[in-house]
Design a protein around this ligand. Structure first.
Ligand SMILES: Cc1cc2nc3c(=O)[nH]c(=O)nc-3n(C[C@H](O)[C@H](O)[C@H](O)COP(=O)(O)OP(=O)(O)OC[C@H]3O[C@@H](n4cnc5c(N)ncnc54)[C@H](O)[C@@H]3O)c2cc1C
Length: 464
C-alpha cells in the first residue's frame, strides 16, 4: 500500500499549478489538485485573456475613425458592452473547459474546493472531513488585488469586478498606474468612458524604461485620459449614484466607479503554511530557492505566490522546472533574464531586457539608440501617432542589453526581439540583418545614430 494518497498534491489550478499537475501525472505520478474558484486561474478567468479581449474590443472605435482616411464611410457606428462582455465570458468558459479536460485527460484528480495545509504531508479540503496525504505539496495559489487602506475602501472595485460589469460607467477613477491600471484606463477610454488615473508617483509604469513611461503618458493624455501624478487618495465617499474621490493634496474627483489597481498580494493567508514550517516573506509570499523549494523540504511553490516575476509564462516555466527537478531527477532553475513583457495600453508597450537606468547602474558605458517616427498607417489615417524604438547597448562588447518599444504591435515585436537578446545579439549583428520593408520592426535593424544623453533622466524610479 502506498505511504501517501498522492505523490503530488497541487493547491491552485492556475497557470503554474495546472502545468505542474499535468506534467507530473504524465510521468506516472499520482496527482491531485484543488481549486477554490475556477480551473484556469487568474490568466484565463480574470487576467491576461479576458483583458486582452477587452483591449481588442476597445480599439475598434479609433480604428473605425482611422478608416475614414482610407476611404471608408462608417456611419451609425454603435458599441454594445453587453455583447462584448457576453462574448468574453463565452471564451473564458471555453478555456475553463479546455483546462479542465487537460487535467482529466492527464488523470489528475480534481477537487473543486479550498485546500489548506495541516502539516508538511497533509492537506485538508474545506468540503471533506478526511485529510489527504501527499509526498510533495506544490503551492500554486497565485495572488489577489491589494486594496488600499483608505476610508471608503468598501466602495472600490478591482480588476476582478471589471470583468463582471453589467453596464459601462460614464466615468471611472483608477487608482494606480501600474500595468493593470494603464490597461484598464485604455479599455475604458477606448469604450467612451471618461477616465481619470490617480497615482502617487511622478510617472506611470514604475520599473519600465523612462522613455516608454514618458511616451505612453503623453500619448494617453492626448487621447483624453486624465493622468494625474503625485496624487494621494484621502478617502472615497458615496455621492448620489456614484462616488467622490477626495485627495490629500486637496480637491476631489467625482466618478461613477472607482477602481483600485494598486498591486497584488500573494494568496497565502489562512493556508496553514506557517503551521507547516514554511517561511513567508515581507508581503506574505512563499520564500523559495532557485528550484522553487520552500523552507520545508517537500513543499514547493511556483507562480505569483512566490512573488518573483508575476507573469503567466513565468508561472508555467516554474511549474515545468519543478517537475523536472522533483520527478525527473534534473534540478532545473528558471532563467529570468530577457523575459519579454507587454503593457496593452494605447499605445502599446513591448519590452525586453534592461532599462536605460538599470543598464547605466550595471555597466561602465552604454550606448543608446532611439528612433521616434510616424508609422506609415498614420500618414493617411491622420492620427497623431508616434512609434518609439530604443536599444540599450553595452558600449564595450556591443551586446544589446535592452529593447523597448512603444506603438503598434510592440508586444509582437518584443517577443521576437527577446529571442535575439537571449542569444546575446550584438548591435553589429542587428545592423547586419536585412530589413523587412515596409514594416515598423525594420527600424530595429536600421538605427545607426547613437543618441547623446543631454540631461539626467527625469522621473526616475527612485523618485517614484
Ligand atoms: C488583470 C490582470 C491582467 C494580467 N495580464 C497579464 C498578461 O497580459 N500577461 C501575463 O503574462 N500575465 C498577466 N497577468 C498575471 C498572470 O495572470 C499571473 O501571473 C498568473 O496567472 C499567475 O499564475 P499562478 O499559477 O501563479 O496563479 P493563478 O493563475 O492566479 O492561479 C492560482 C489559483 O489558485 C487558486 N487558489 C488560491 N488559493 C487556493 C486554495 N487555498 N485552495 C484552492 N485553490 C486556491 C485560485 O483560485 C487560482 O485559480 C495578469 C493578471 C491580472 C490580474
Amino acid at each position: 500500500m502506498a505511504a501517501y494518497d498522492y505523490d503530488l498534491f497541487v493547491i491552485g489550478a492556475g497557470s503554474g499549478g495546472v502545468r505542474a499537475a499535468r506534467l507530473a501525472s504524465e510521468l506516472g505520478q499520482r496527482v491531485g489538485i484543488a481549486e477554490e474558484y475556477r480551473i484556469g486561474g487568474t490568466c484565463v478567468i480574470r487576467g491576461c485573456v479576458p483583458k486582452k479581449l477587452l483591449v481588442y474590443g476597445s480599439r475598434y472605435g479609433a480604428e473605425i475613425e482611422d478608416a475614414r482616411g482610407f476611404g471608408w464611410t462608417c456611419d451609425g457606428v454603435r458599441f454594445d458592452w453587453s455583447t462584448l462582455i457576453h462574448n468574453v465570458h463565452r471564451e473564458v468558459d471555453r478555456l475553463n473547459g479546455a483546462y479542465t479536460r487537460t487535467l482529466e485527460n492527464a488523470d489528475v484528480d480534481r477537487f473543486l474546493t479550498r485546500a489548506t495545509i495541516e502539516d508538511p504531508h497533509t492537506v485538508k479540503l474545506v468540503d471533506r472531513d478526511e485529510p489527504i496525504s501527499a509526498k510533495y505539496i506544490l503551492v500554486a495559489t497565485g495572488s489577489h488585488p491589494a486594496m488600499p487602506e483608505v476610508p471608503g475602501k468598501e466602495h472600490l472595485i478591482s480588476s476582478n469586478e471589471c470583468f463582471q460589469l453589467e453596464a459601462l460607467p460614464d466615468s471611472i477613477v483608477i487608482i494606480g498606474a501600474g500595468y493593470i491600471g494603464m490597461e484598464f484606463a485604455t479599455i475604458f477610454a477606448g469604450l467612451g468612458v471618461a477616465v481619470t488615473v490617480l497615482y502617487r508617483g511622478d510617472q506611470v509604469l514604475r520599473g519600465f524604461d523612462i522613455d516608454l513611461r514618458d511616451g505612453v503618458a503623453d500619448a494617453m493624455r492626448d487621447r483624453g485620459v486624465d493622468l494625474r501624478m503625485d496624487c494621494n487618495v484621502a478617502s472615497i465617499e458615496k455621492e448620489g449614484s456614484g462616488y467622490r474621490v477626495m485627495l490629500k493634496e486637496g480637491g476631489s474627483v467625482p466618478a461613477t466607479l472607482v477602481m483600485a489597481a494598486t498591486g497584488r498580494l500573494p494568496n497565502t493567508r489562512g493556508l496553514g503554511l506557517q503551521r507547516a514550517g514554511v517561511a513567508l516573506g515581507w508581503n506574505g509570499h512563499v520564500v523559495v530557492d532557485d528550484f522553487s523549494k520552500s523552507s520545508v523540504d517537500n513543499i514547493y511553490a511556483v507562480g505569483d505566490v512566490t512573488d518573483r516575476m508575476n507573469l503567466t509564462p513565468v508561472a508555467i516555466r516554474e511549474g515545468t522546472a519543478f517537475v523536472q527537478t522533483v520527478f525527473e531527477g534534473q534540478p532545473t532553475a528558471v532563467d529570468y533574464t530577457f523575459v519579454p513583457t507587454a503593457v496593452f495600453s494605447e499605445p502599446e508597450i513591448g519590452t525586453v531586457g534592461l532599462t536605460e537606468e538599470h543598464a547605466r547602474e550595471m555597466y561602465r558605458a552604454i550606448d543608446i539608440y532611439k528612433s521616434s517616427f510616424r508609422p506609415m498607417r498614420a500618414t493617411i489615417s491622420g492620427r497623431d501617432e508616434k512609434m518609439l524604438m530604443k536599444l540599450v547597448v553595452d558600449a564595450e562588447t556591443g551586446k544589446v542589453l535592452g529593447c523597448h518599444l512603444l506603438g503598434s504591435d510592440a508586444a509582437e515585436i518584443a517577443q521576437m526581439a527577446a529571442i535575439a537578446l537571449k542569444l546575446d545579439v550584438t548591435k553589429a549583428q542587428l545592423d547586419g540583418t536585412m530589413a523587412l520593408h515596409p514594416s515598423i520592426a525594420e527600424e530595429f535593424v536600421t538605427m545607426r545614430q547613437k543618441w547623446e544623453h543631454p540631461a539626467p533622466i527625469k522621473g526616475s524610479d527612485a523618485a517614484a
